[in-house]
Design a protein around this ligand. Structure first.
Ligand SMILES: Cc1ncc(COP(=O)(O)O)c(C=O)c1O
Length: 472
Protein backbone atom coordinates (compact mmCIF):
# COMPACT_ATOMS: atom_id res chain seq x y z
CA UNK A 1 0.00 0.00 0.00
CA UNK A 2 1.11 3.56 -0.56
CA UNK A 3 1.98 4.96 2.85
CA UNK A 4 2.54 8.45 1.56
CA UNK A 5 -1.26 8.56 1.25
CA UNK A 6 -3.25 10.27 4.02
CA UNK A 7 -6.84 9.68 2.85
CA UNK A 8 -8.60 11.11 5.87
CA UNK A 9 -6.52 14.28 6.00
CA UNK A 10 -6.97 14.67 2.23
CA UNK A 11 -10.74 14.29 2.46
CA UNK A 12 -11.00 16.84 5.26
CA UNK A 13 -8.86 19.36 3.38
CA UNK A 14 -11.02 18.91 0.27
CA UNK A 15 -14.07 19.56 2.38
CA UNK A 16 -12.66 22.77 3.86
CA UNK A 17 -12.03 24.04 0.32
CA UNK A 18 -15.73 23.77 -0.48
CA UNK A 19 -16.33 26.79 1.80
CA UNK A 20 -19.59 25.20 2.83
CA UNK A 21 -22.17 26.97 5.01
CA UNK A 22 -22.54 25.28 8.36
CA UNK A 23 -26.03 24.69 9.72
CA UNK A 24 -24.65 21.86 11.83
CA UNK A 25 -22.43 21.21 14.84
CA UNK A 26 -19.79 22.00 16.06
CA UNK A 27 -20.83 25.37 17.43
CA UNK A 28 -17.70 27.23 16.34
CA UNK A 29 -19.04 27.02 12.73
CA UNK A 30 -15.71 26.22 11.06
CA UNK A 31 -14.01 28.74 13.36
CA UNK A 32 -16.34 31.71 12.69
CA UNK A 33 -17.67 31.83 16.25
CA UNK A 34 -14.86 31.95 18.77
CA UNK A 35 -13.59 34.09 21.59
CA UNK A 36 -11.39 36.71 19.87
CA UNK A 37 -8.61 36.48 22.46
CA UNK A 38 -8.30 32.73 21.96
CA UNK A 39 -8.60 32.75 18.16
CA UNK A 40 -4.87 33.06 17.40
CA UNK A 41 -4.22 29.75 19.16
CA UNK A 42 -7.07 27.81 17.59
CA UNK A 43 -7.82 29.34 14.23
CA UNK A 44 -5.61 27.10 12.13
CA UNK A 45 -7.19 23.94 13.47
CA UNK A 46 -10.88 24.92 13.75
CA UNK A 47 -11.64 24.56 10.00
CA UNK A 48 -10.58 20.89 10.11
CA UNK A 49 -12.58 20.26 13.29
CA UNK A 50 -15.47 18.88 11.26
CA UNK A 51 -18.08 16.25 11.98
CA UNK A 52 -19.85 13.25 10.36
CA UNK A 53 -21.19 15.11 7.32
CA UNK A 54 -21.96 13.40 4.02
CA UNK A 55 -18.64 12.33 2.53
CA UNK A 56 -16.69 12.59 5.77
CA UNK A 57 -17.41 9.05 6.97
CA UNK A 58 -18.25 7.87 10.51
CA UNK A 59 -15.77 6.30 12.95
CA UNK A 60 -18.45 3.96 14.28
CA UNK A 61 -19.48 2.67 10.82
CA UNK A 62 -16.52 3.48 8.58
CA UNK A 63 -17.03 3.05 4.82
CA UNK A 64 -14.99 5.79 3.20
CA UNK A 65 -11.98 7.91 4.20
CA UNK A 66 -11.84 6.68 7.82
CA UNK A 67 -12.01 3.08 6.62
CA UNK A 68 -9.24 3.74 4.11
CA UNK A 69 -7.09 5.38 6.78
CA UNK A 70 -7.67 2.50 9.22
CA UNK A 71 -6.86 -0.03 6.47
CA UNK A 72 -3.60 1.74 5.76
CA UNK A 73 -2.78 1.65 9.47
CA UNK A 74 -3.60 -2.08 9.67
CA UNK A 75 -1.34 -2.70 6.69
CA UNK A 76 1.56 -0.74 8.12
CA UNK A 77 1.32 -2.09 11.68
CA UNK A 78 0.71 -5.67 10.50
CA UNK A 79 -2.80 -6.14 11.92
CA UNK A 80 -5.90 -7.78 10.47
CA UNK A 81 -7.86 -4.76 11.57
CA UNK A 82 -7.01 -1.42 13.18
CA UNK A 83 -9.43 0.81 15.05
CA UNK A 84 -8.73 4.51 15.50
CA UNK A 85 -9.19 5.61 19.11
CA UNK A 86 -10.04 9.14 20.18
CA UNK A 87 -10.15 8.34 23.90
CA UNK A 88 -6.53 7.33 24.30
CA UNK A 89 -5.25 3.86 25.00
CA UNK A 90 -7.59 4.15 27.97
CA UNK A 91 -10.59 3.58 25.66
CA UNK A 92 -8.78 0.72 23.90
CA UNK A 93 -7.82 -1.01 27.13
CA UNK A 94 -11.37 -0.78 28.47
CA UNK A 95 -12.86 -2.09 25.21
CA UNK A 96 -10.45 -5.01 24.85
CA UNK A 97 -11.23 -6.25 28.35
CA UNK A 98 -14.98 -5.81 28.00
CA UNK A 99 -14.91 -7.64 24.68
CA UNK A 100 -13.47 -10.82 26.22
CA UNK A 101 -15.11 -11.24 29.59
CA UNK A 102 -18.42 -11.17 31.38
CA UNK A 103 -19.14 -10.77 35.10
CA UNK A 104 -17.50 -13.56 37.10
CA UNK A 105 -15.20 -14.71 34.27
CA UNK A 106 -11.58 -15.36 35.17
CA UNK A 107 -8.95 -13.21 33.51
CA UNK A 108 -5.18 -13.25 34.13
CA UNK A 109 -3.73 -9.75 34.51
CA UNK A 110 -0.29 -8.31 35.16
CA UNK A 111 -0.52 -6.67 38.61
CA UNK A 112 1.49 -3.58 37.66
CA UNK A 113 -0.88 -2.61 34.86
CA UNK A 114 -2.06 0.91 34.12
CA UNK A 115 -5.24 2.01 35.89
CA UNK A 116 -7.22 1.81 32.63
CA UNK A 117 -6.73 -1.97 32.70
CA UNK A 118 -7.87 -2.12 36.32
CA UNK A 119 -10.88 0.07 35.51
CA UNK A 120 -11.73 -2.29 32.64
CA UNK A 121 -11.74 -5.19 35.08
CA UNK A 122 -14.09 -3.36 37.40
CA UNK A 123 -16.47 -2.43 34.57
CA UNK A 124 -16.52 -6.00 33.29
CA UNK A 125 -17.13 -7.50 36.74
CA UNK A 126 -14.58 -10.21 35.90
CA UNK A 127 -12.51 -12.10 38.45
CA UNK A 128 -8.87 -11.08 37.98
CA UNK A 129 -5.99 -13.39 38.82
CA UNK A 130 -3.08 -11.00 39.23
CA UNK A 131 0.39 -12.06 38.21
CA UNK A 132 3.20 -10.27 40.00
CA UNK A 133 6.02 -8.65 38.08
CA UNK A 134 9.66 -9.50 38.81
CA UNK A 135 11.95 -6.94 40.40
CA UNK A 136 14.62 -6.41 37.75
CA UNK A 137 17.94 -5.58 39.42
CA UNK A 138 19.43 -4.20 36.19
CA UNK A 139 16.87 -1.39 36.04
CA UNK A 140 15.98 -1.27 39.77
CA UNK A 141 12.21 -1.63 39.25
CA UNK A 142 9.40 -4.04 38.83
CA UNK A 143 9.05 -4.88 35.16
CA UNK A 144 7.19 -7.88 33.70
CA UNK A 145 6.01 -11.17 35.20
CA UNK A 146 8.32 -14.14 34.61
CA UNK A 147 7.38 -16.89 32.16
CA UNK A 148 7.08 -19.27 35.13
CA UNK A 149 4.59 -17.00 36.91
CA UNK A 150 2.42 -16.76 33.79
CA UNK A 151 2.65 -20.55 33.40
CA UNK A 152 1.58 -21.08 37.00
CA UNK A 153 -1.44 -18.80 36.45
CA UNK A 154 -2.44 -20.46 33.20
CA UNK A 155 -2.06 -24.01 34.51
CA UNK A 156 -4.19 -23.17 37.57
CA UNK A 157 -6.74 -21.20 35.51
CA UNK A 158 -6.82 -22.83 32.07
CA UNK A 159 -10.31 -21.45 31.43
CA UNK A 160 -9.19 -17.85 31.77
CA UNK A 161 -10.80 -15.63 29.14
CA UNK A 162 -7.60 -13.72 28.44
CA UNK A 163 -4.08 -12.89 29.54
CA UNK A 164 -3.47 -9.13 29.86
CA UNK A 165 0.13 -7.88 29.66
CA UNK A 166 1.95 -4.55 29.42
CA UNK A 167 4.78 -4.35 26.91
CA UNK A 168 7.05 -2.39 26.97
CA UNK A 169 6.92 -0.85 30.43
CA UNK A 170 6.73 2.93 30.75
CA UNK A 171 10.54 3.12 30.63
CA UNK A 172 10.84 1.10 27.42
CA UNK A 173 11.79 -2.25 28.96
CA UNK A 174 10.81 -5.28 26.91
CA UNK A 175 11.23 -9.05 27.30
CA UNK A 176 10.59 -12.30 25.43
CA UNK A 177 6.82 -11.78 25.23
CA UNK A 178 6.51 -14.10 22.22
CA UNK A 179 7.25 -17.12 24.42
CA UNK A 180 4.52 -16.03 26.85
CA UNK A 181 2.05 -15.41 24.03
CA UNK A 182 2.76 -18.86 22.56
CA UNK A 183 2.13 -20.45 25.95
CA UNK A 184 -1.25 -18.74 26.33
CA UNK A 185 -2.20 -19.76 22.80
CA UNK A 186 -1.50 -23.41 23.60
CA UNK A 187 -4.44 -23.07 26.01
CA UNK A 188 -6.54 -21.07 23.51
CA UNK A 189 -6.22 -18.06 25.78
CA UNK A 190 -6.10 -14.76 23.86
CA UNK A 191 -3.37 -12.30 24.79
CA UNK A 192 -4.26 -8.61 25.14
CA UNK A 193 -1.30 -6.26 25.21
CA UNK A 194 -1.21 -2.71 26.49
CA UNK A 195 1.55 -1.40 24.23
CA UNK A 196 0.77 2.24 25.02
CA UNK A 197 4.47 3.09 24.84
CA UNK A 198 5.42 1.09 21.75
CA UNK A 199 3.80 2.57 18.64
CA UNK A 200 7.22 3.41 17.17
CA UNK A 201 8.40 -0.21 17.39
CA UNK A 202 6.88 -0.50 13.91
CA UNK A 203 9.90 1.43 12.60
CA UNK A 204 12.02 -1.71 13.08
CA UNK A 205 15.71 -1.82 14.07
CA UNK A 206 17.04 -0.64 16.52
CA UNK A 207 13.64 -0.73 18.25
CA UNK A 208 12.28 -3.91 19.80
CA UNK A 209 9.54 -5.81 17.98
CA UNK A 210 5.91 -4.93 18.58
CA UNK A 211 3.63 -7.47 20.26
CA UNK A 212 1.50 -7.34 17.07
CA UNK A 213 4.38 -8.93 15.22
CA UNK A 214 5.00 -11.34 18.11
CA UNK A 215 1.51 -12.87 17.94
CA UNK A 216 -0.68 -10.95 20.41
CA UNK A 217 -4.43 -10.99 19.74
CA UNK A 218 -5.11 -7.35 20.58
CA UNK A 219 -2.53 -4.59 20.90
CA UNK A 220 -3.35 -1.07 22.06
CA UNK A 221 -0.95 1.78 21.33
CA UNK A 222 -1.02 5.44 22.35
CA UNK A 223 0.05 6.92 19.03
CA UNK A 224 0.20 10.28 20.82
CA UNK A 225 2.86 9.11 23.26
CA UNK A 226 5.73 8.14 20.98
CA UNK A 227 4.62 9.13 17.47
CA UNK A 228 3.70 12.59 16.22
CA UNK A 229 -0.06 12.33 16.82
CA UNK A 230 -2.35 14.58 18.85
CA UNK A 231 -2.94 13.88 22.53
CA UNK A 232 -5.47 11.06 23.00
CA UNK A 233 -5.08 9.76 19.42
CA UNK A 234 -4.44 6.03 19.79
CA UNK A 235 -4.79 2.71 17.99
CA UNK A 236 -6.26 -0.71 18.72
CA UNK A 237 -5.04 -3.55 16.51
CA UNK A 238 -6.75 -6.94 16.27
CA UNK A 239 -4.95 -10.03 14.96
CA UNK A 240 -6.85 -12.96 16.30
CA UNK A 241 -8.67 -16.20 15.67
CA UNK A 242 -9.89 -16.11 19.26
CA UNK A 243 -11.50 -12.67 19.48
CA UNK A 244 -14.15 -11.15 17.26
CA UNK A 245 -13.40 -7.64 16.05
CA UNK A 246 -17.14 -6.98 16.02
CA UNK A 247 -17.22 -7.39 19.81
CA UNK A 248 -14.40 -4.88 20.11
CA UNK A 249 -16.25 -2.48 17.77
CA UNK A 250 -19.36 -2.86 19.91
CA UNK A 251 -17.59 -1.75 23.08
CA UNK A 252 -15.68 1.01 21.33
CA UNK A 253 -18.92 2.59 20.17
CA UNK A 254 -20.21 2.40 23.75
CA UNK A 255 -17.08 3.92 25.25
CA UNK A 256 -16.10 6.52 22.69
CA UNK A 257 -17.81 9.73 21.78
CA UNK A 258 -20.49 9.69 19.09
CA UNK A 259 -18.78 12.87 17.80
CA UNK A 260 -15.15 11.79 17.58
CA UNK A 261 -12.63 14.52 16.84
CA UNK A 262 -11.56 14.73 13.18
CA UNK A 263 -8.28 16.50 13.99
CA UNK A 264 -7.41 13.60 16.29
CA UNK A 265 -8.35 10.97 13.71
CA UNK A 266 -6.53 12.83 10.94
CA UNK A 267 -3.46 13.01 13.18
CA UNK A 268 -3.50 9.20 13.31
CA UNK A 269 -3.52 9.11 9.53
CA UNK A 270 -0.58 11.52 9.51
CA UNK A 271 1.36 9.69 12.26
CA UNK A 272 1.07 6.37 10.39
CA UNK A 273 2.33 8.00 7.22
CA UNK A 274 5.17 9.69 9.16
CA UNK A 275 6.34 6.41 10.71
CA UNK A 276 5.95 4.42 7.50
CA UNK A 277 7.92 6.87 5.38
CA UNK A 278 10.66 7.82 7.85
CA UNK A 279 13.93 7.56 5.93
CA UNK A 280 17.12 5.92 7.13
CA UNK A 281 18.81 9.34 7.19
CA UNK A 282 16.04 10.80 9.35
CA UNK A 283 16.20 7.87 11.74
CA UNK A 284 20.02 8.11 11.93
CA UNK A 285 19.73 11.79 12.83
CA UNK A 286 17.26 10.96 15.63
CA UNK A 287 19.50 8.22 16.99
CA UNK A 288 22.50 10.55 16.87
CA UNK A 289 20.53 13.09 18.88
CA UNK A 290 19.68 10.33 21.40
CA UNK A 291 23.38 9.46 21.75
CA UNK A 292 24.42 13.04 22.42
CA UNK A 293 21.59 13.58 24.91
CA UNK A 294 22.57 10.36 26.70
CA UNK A 295 26.22 11.32 26.83
CA UNK A 296 25.38 14.76 28.23
CA UNK A 297 23.31 13.12 30.97
CA UNK A 298 26.10 10.66 31.63
CA UNK A 299 28.23 13.62 32.81
CA UNK A 300 26.00 13.90 35.90
CA UNK A 301 27.59 12.78 39.16
CA UNK A 302 24.47 12.05 41.14
CA UNK A 303 22.90 9.48 38.90
CA UNK A 304 23.55 6.64 36.57
CA UNK A 305 21.96 6.43 33.10
CA UNK A 306 20.27 3.03 32.95
CA UNK A 307 20.48 0.59 30.06
CA UNK A 308 17.36 0.55 27.87
CA UNK A 309 15.70 -1.57 25.18
CA UNK A 310 14.01 1.45 23.62
CA UNK A 311 16.62 4.05 22.67
CA UNK A 312 14.03 6.84 22.84
CA UNK A 313 13.59 6.36 26.59
CA UNK A 314 16.39 7.60 28.84
CA UNK A 315 16.18 6.80 32.55
CA UNK A 316 18.32 8.17 35.36
CA UNK A 317 18.79 6.11 38.50
CA UNK A 318 19.60 8.69 41.17
CA UNK A 319 21.94 7.94 44.05
CA UNK A 320 20.99 7.62 47.71
CA UNK A 321 21.56 11.26 48.44
CA UNK A 322 18.67 12.42 46.26
CA UNK A 323 15.21 11.48 45.15
CA UNK A 324 14.03 11.29 41.55
CA UNK A 325 11.55 14.06 42.34
CA UNK A 326 14.34 16.45 43.39
CA UNK A 327 16.31 15.82 40.21
CA UNK A 328 13.18 16.30 38.06
CA UNK A 329 12.35 19.52 39.96
CA UNK A 330 15.81 20.88 39.21
CA UNK A 331 15.41 20.27 35.50
CA UNK A 332 11.92 21.77 35.54
CA UNK A 333 13.22 24.89 37.30
CA UNK A 334 15.41 25.28 34.18
CA UNK A 335 12.41 24.74 31.88
CA UNK A 336 13.37 21.21 30.91
CA UNK A 337 10.47 18.86 31.60
CA UNK A 338 11.11 15.14 31.99
CA UNK A 339 8.20 12.71 31.48
CA UNK A 340 8.09 11.46 35.04
CA UNK A 341 9.93 11.00 38.29
CA UNK A 342 9.67 8.24 40.86
CA UNK A 343 11.36 7.78 44.19
CA UNK A 344 14.69 6.91 42.56
CA UNK A 345 14.27 7.44 38.81
CA UNK A 346 13.71 10.17 36.27
CA UNK A 347 12.48 9.32 32.80
CA UNK A 348 13.23 11.49 29.78
CA UNK A 349 11.33 10.69 26.59
CA UNK A 350 13.57 11.77 23.77
CA UNK A 351 11.01 10.79 21.16
CA UNK A 352 11.54 11.21 17.43
CA UNK A 353 12.83 14.77 17.59
CA UNK A 354 16.33 15.83 16.61
CA UNK A 355 17.36 18.04 19.54
CA UNK A 356 19.43 21.15 19.12
CA UNK A 357 19.41 21.94 22.85
CA UNK A 358 22.07 19.45 23.97
CA UNK A 359 24.49 22.16 25.09
CA UNK A 360 21.81 23.87 27.15
CA UNK A 361 21.05 20.57 28.87
CA UNK A 362 24.77 19.99 29.41
CA UNK A 363 24.89 23.31 31.30
CA UNK A 364 22.01 22.25 33.52
CA UNK A 365 23.83 19.01 34.32
CA UNK A 366 26.95 21.06 35.24
CA UNK A 367 25.03 23.46 37.46
CA UNK A 368 23.35 20.50 39.13
CA UNK A 369 26.79 19.15 40.05
CA UNK A 370 27.69 22.49 41.63
CA UNK A 371 24.45 23.00 43.52
CA UNK A 372 24.26 19.48 44.92
CA UNK A 373 27.87 19.13 46.02
CA UNK A 374 27.27 18.52 49.70
CA UNK A 375 24.44 16.20 50.46
CA UNK A 376 23.47 13.91 53.28
CA UNK A 377 22.11 10.47 52.66
CA UNK A 378 18.36 10.38 52.11
CA UNK A 379 15.90 7.95 53.55
CA UNK A 380 15.14 5.33 50.93
CA UNK A 381 12.51 2.66 50.85
CA UNK A 382 12.90 -0.99 50.01
CA UNK A 383 10.27 -1.83 47.40
CA UNK A 384 11.55 -5.17 46.19
CA UNK A 385 9.19 -7.00 48.58
CA UNK A 386 6.00 -5.25 47.45
CA UNK A 387 4.55 -8.25 45.63
CA UNK A 388 4.94 -11.20 47.97
CA UNK A 389 3.25 -13.99 46.03
CA UNK A 390 3.48 -14.69 42.30
CA UNK A 391 -0.33 -14.88 42.04
CA UNK A 392 -2.91 -12.86 43.95
CA UNK A 393 -6.62 -12.07 43.85
CA UNK A 394 -8.91 -9.38 45.13
CA UNK A 395 -10.25 -10.02 48.63
CA UNK A 396 -13.85 -9.59 47.43
CA UNK A 397 -15.55 -9.67 44.05
CA UNK A 398 -16.51 -6.50 42.19
CA UNK A 399 -20.11 -7.59 42.57
CA UNK A 400 -19.85 -7.76 46.39
CA UNK A 401 -18.14 -4.36 46.48
CA UNK A 402 -21.40 -2.73 45.39
CA UNK A 403 -23.20 -3.97 48.48
CA UNK A 404 -20.70 -3.22 51.20
CA UNK A 405 -20.65 -0.10 53.37
CA UNK A 406 -17.46 1.97 53.47
CA UNK A 407 -15.64 4.18 55.91
CA UNK A 408 -12.57 6.38 55.83
CA UNK A 409 -9.55 5.42 57.94
CA UNK A 410 -6.13 7.00 58.39
CA UNK A 411 -3.41 5.38 56.29
CA UNK A 412 -1.66 3.82 59.28
CA UNK A 413 -4.93 2.19 60.40
CA UNK A 414 -5.76 0.77 56.97
CA UNK A 415 -3.58 -2.36 57.12
CA UNK A 416 -5.76 -5.49 57.10
CA UNK A 417 -8.86 -3.74 55.73
CA UNK A 418 -10.04 -4.19 52.14
CA UNK A 419 -9.43 -1.00 50.15
CA UNK A 420 -12.59 0.60 48.74
CA UNK A 421 -10.57 2.80 46.37
CA UNK A 422 -7.31 2.64 44.49
CA UNK A 423 -4.22 4.70 45.33
CA UNK A 424 -2.44 5.70 42.14
CA UNK A 425 0.80 7.68 41.86
CA UNK A 426 0.53 9.61 38.58
CA UNK A 427 2.40 9.31 36.35
CA UNK A 428 2.92 6.38 35.79
CA UNK A 429 -0.70 5.59 36.71
CA UNK A 430 -0.01 2.12 38.08
CA UNK A 431 -2.02 1.60 41.28
CA UNK A 432 0.08 0.88 44.39
CA UNK A 433 -3.15 -0.26 46.00
CA UNK A 434 -6.18 -1.61 44.18
CA UNK A 435 -9.82 -1.29 45.04
CA UNK A 436 -10.73 -4.67 46.53
CA UNK A 437 -7.21 -5.58 47.67
CA UNK A 438 -6.45 -6.35 51.32
CA UNK A 439 -4.14 -3.56 52.41
CA UNK A 440 -0.59 -4.56 53.39
CA UNK A 441 1.98 -2.78 55.54
CA UNK A 442 4.33 -2.52 52.54
CA UNK A 443 1.70 -0.68 50.50
CA UNK A 444 1.06 1.83 53.28
CA UNK A 445 4.77 2.41 53.85
CA UNK A 446 5.30 3.03 50.14
CA UNK A 447 2.34 5.42 49.92
CA UNK A 448 3.55 7.37 52.97
CA UNK A 449 7.04 7.54 51.52
CA UNK A 450 5.72 8.81 48.17
CA UNK A 451 3.57 11.46 49.88
CA UNK A 452 6.59 12.63 51.88
CA UNK A 453 8.63 12.94 48.71
CA UNK A 454 5.95 15.01 47.01
CA UNK A 455 4.72 12.44 44.45
CA UNK A 456 1.41 13.27 42.80
CA UNK A 457 -1.18 10.75 43.92
CA UNK A 458 -4.48 10.49 42.05
CA UNK A 459 -6.80 10.52 45.00
CA UNK A 460 -9.36 12.96 46.41
CA UNK A 461 -7.35 13.65 49.54
CA UNK A 462 -4.94 10.96 50.58
CA UNK A 463 -3.80 12.95 53.63
CA UNK A 464 -7.28 12.45 55.09
CA UNK A 465 -6.89 8.68 54.78
CA UNK A 466 -8.49 6.13 52.44
CA UNK A 467 -11.88 4.50 52.03
CA UNK A 468 -12.13 0.88 53.15
CA UNK A 469 -14.97 -1.61 53.14
CA UNK A 470 -16.64 -2.37 56.45
CA UNK A 471 -17.42 -5.94 57.50
CA UNK A 472 -14.87 -7.89 55.44
C1 LIG B 1 1.02 1.59 30.25
C2 LIG B 1 -0.07 2.58 29.93
N1 LIG B 1 -1.23 2.12 29.45
C3 LIG B 1 -2.25 2.96 29.14
C4 LIG B 1 -2.12 4.31 29.32
C5 LIG B 1 -3.27 5.21 28.97
O1 LIG B 1 -2.98 5.83 27.77
P1 LIG B 1 -3.78 7.11 27.24
O2 LIG B 1 -3.18 8.28 27.95
O3 LIG B 1 -3.47 7.09 25.77
O4 LIG B 1 -5.20 6.93 27.54
C6 LIG B 1 -0.92 4.83 29.82
C7 LIG B 1 -0.78 6.28 30.05
O5 LIG B 1 0.18 6.77 30.54
C8 LIG B 1 0.13 3.94 30.13
O6 LIG B 1 1.29 4.39 30.64
Amino acid sequence: MDHYKKPLLKRIIEFTKENSISFHVPGHKNGAVFLEAAKPYFESILPIDVTELTGLDDLHAPQEAIKEAQDLAADYFGAEHTFFLVGGSTAGNLAMILSVCNPGDTIIVQRNSHKSIMNGLELSGAKPIFISPEFDETVHRYTAPSYETVEQAIVSHPNAKALVLTYPDYFGKTYDIRRTIDLAHQYQIPVLVDEAHGVHFSIGEPFPKSAIYLGADIVVQSAHKMAPAMTMASLLHVNSKLISKDDVAHYLQILQSSSPSYPLMASLDVARSYLATLSKEELDAILKSVMSFRSVLEQGEHWQVLPTDDPLKITLQVNNRLSGFEVADFFEAHHVYPELATDKQVLFIHGLKVFKETEQIGNIVKSFKEEYKYLLNHATIEVSNLFKEPLSQLAISYHDMFKLPRKRVQLEEAVGYVAAEAVIPYPPGIPVMLKGERVTEEQIRLIQHLIKQGATIQHQDIKQGIQVFVGV
